[in-house]
Structure formats: C-alpha cells, structure tokens
Ligand binder design. Structure first.
Ligand SMILES: [Zn+2]
Length: 267
C-alpha cells in the first residue's frame, strides 16, 4: 500500500492525499481541457474536503475526534477515533457532510440571485460557479443514497436502530447497501469506468465488513459491558474478529462517494 502525502493540518485534523489521486488528472476529459479542468478538479475535491470537515466537526461536538482525512480518486475518507453508537449522534454526523454541500449550493444561488449571475453571464468564472452548484448538489444527493456505508445508509441505520436494535438495523442497511452496489456495478459495467466499478466494489465489501464488525462489537458488549479491559484499541482503531476467529485491529473509517461518479462539464 502506498503511503499518503500530508497536505497539512486544519482544525487539529491531518489532511492527506493518496498517490492514486493523481490518476484523476490522467482522465481524457481532464487532459483535453488543460488548466481549466485541473482547476475544476481541485475545486471539486476542495468541496469533498469541506464535506469531510462537516462530518469531523459534528463528530467533535459529540466528543469524537477525527484522526485524519484522506482524499482518494473515488472520494474522501475520514478516520474517526471511534464510530458513534448512539443513533442521534450517528444521524447528525452523517447528515453534516451533505449539509455542507447544500450550504455551498445555497450560498452560490444566493450570490447569483443578488446579481452575480447577470454580471458573470457568459464568462469562464460564471460557468465555473454554475458547475460548482451542480457538483455540490450532486455530492449532497449522491451521498444521501441509502447505500450503507455511505452517509444515506448511516442515516437509514440510525433511523432503524431505535426500532430494530443496532444489529438488525445494520443488517437491513447493509443488505440494501450491497444490493444498490450490485445494481450500480451492473449499470456501469457497460461503460468500463474503473472508478465507478471500484466504488461499487468498495461499497459492497465495506457494507459486509462493517456489518460483521457491528455483530461482533455488540456481542462483546453483552459480555463485558463498557469495560473493555485489555481490549482497549488504540485511537482510530477497533477490534474485529476475522472469519477464522482471530481478533485484529481495523481502522474506523467513514467513506464518502466521490466526485468521479458525478457530473463533469466536459462529458
Ligand atoms: Zn459524507
């Protein structure tokens, strides 16, 4: 696995970019459109980063720190010190990401309504800002699709938890997540867009992995309560049991569907 490059530290959270991110710049659309396309890609990933900070800062309100945020070509990954167990906290943390994108849309539409749209009509800046409205609308809506473990799936799990309990709620949300991942994978199969296929595969396997984690976690809580004894995991990790029964540490990650599933002005 390639090591990520550190971009900096914002609000006490390290921000990294994974080397595979550079693949984004090799896309034919980006190569063909040169500098403007590069600026567009950077702006889109800037919005993804703001989305991640929406989650991270809301998590902080519930006493959960974020270890780091990493940008990948399929989107952003925030590594929380622990995952929220209370449905209310999970709901608000999951909604905070898309809420940031909708806030950007609202702010741009407001500026447009105040005369900026007329002033910039026909200019490259006007076009750029229009695309930012579309991209943020897309980022907010795409992540609200109830494909657990995307944000919408976490919202669904949180809503079902009070009614079904955490394990069954996770099972229902993860089953829907896997089904949507298969459907998405089949629909993009014809285009052979590798990033789309990677995202479909990722959602499919991540849904299964997190479901297993929750089952084991809840089983252990029944035995030990909150007393984790020697089982205290280092920050950002938790104990999970593999299929062969061996316990191992796994990072707590929250994943967000990425820009390259979304609209591109040059397609
Ligand atoms: Zn998100």
């Amino acid at each position: 696995m390639l090591a990520s490059w550190k971009l900096g530290r914002v609000a006490g959270i390290d921000v990294f970019v994974h080397p595979t991110f550079l693949l984004v710049f090799l896309f034919p659309d980006v190569l063909r459109n040169g500098l403007l396309a590069v600026l567009f890609v950077l702006a889109v990933f800037g919005c993804v980063l703001l989305h991640e900070f929406g989650h991270a800062l809301m998590a902080r309100r519930f006493g959960i720190e974020t270890e780091d945020i990493t940008l990948y070509p399929i989107g952003g990954v925030a590594r929380l010190r622990r995952l929220p167990r209370a449905p209310g906290a999970e709901l608000l943390i999951a909604l905070a990401g898309p809420a940031v994108n909708f806030a950007i849309v609202g702010a741009l539409l407001l500026l447009g309504g105040m005369g900026l749209a007329d002033e910039l009509a026909g200019t490259a800046t006007g076009f750029f800002l229009e695309q930012m409205v579309v991209v943020n609308l897309f980022l907010g809506l795409f992540n609200l699709i109830p494909a657990f473990p995307l944000d919408g799936g976490r919202v669904l799990r949180a809503l079902l938890s009070g009614w079904l309990g955490r394990v069954r709620a996770t099972h229902v949300a993860a089953t829907i997540g896997r089904t949507l991942a298969i459907l998405f994978g089949l629909t993009v199969l014809s285009t052979w867009n590798l990033l789309h296929l990677a995202l479909a595969a990722f959602v499919y396997f991540a849904a299964r992995a997190e479901e297993l984690q929750v089952v084991h976690e809840e089983r252990r809580r029944r035995y030990d309560g909150d007393n984790q004894g020697i089982w205290v995991a280092p920050p950002g990790y938790r104990w999970v049991q593999r299929n062969d029964g061996v316990w191992q540490l796994a990072p707590n990650v929250v994943v967000h569907g990425g820009p390259y599933v979304g609209p591109s002005p040059w397609r």
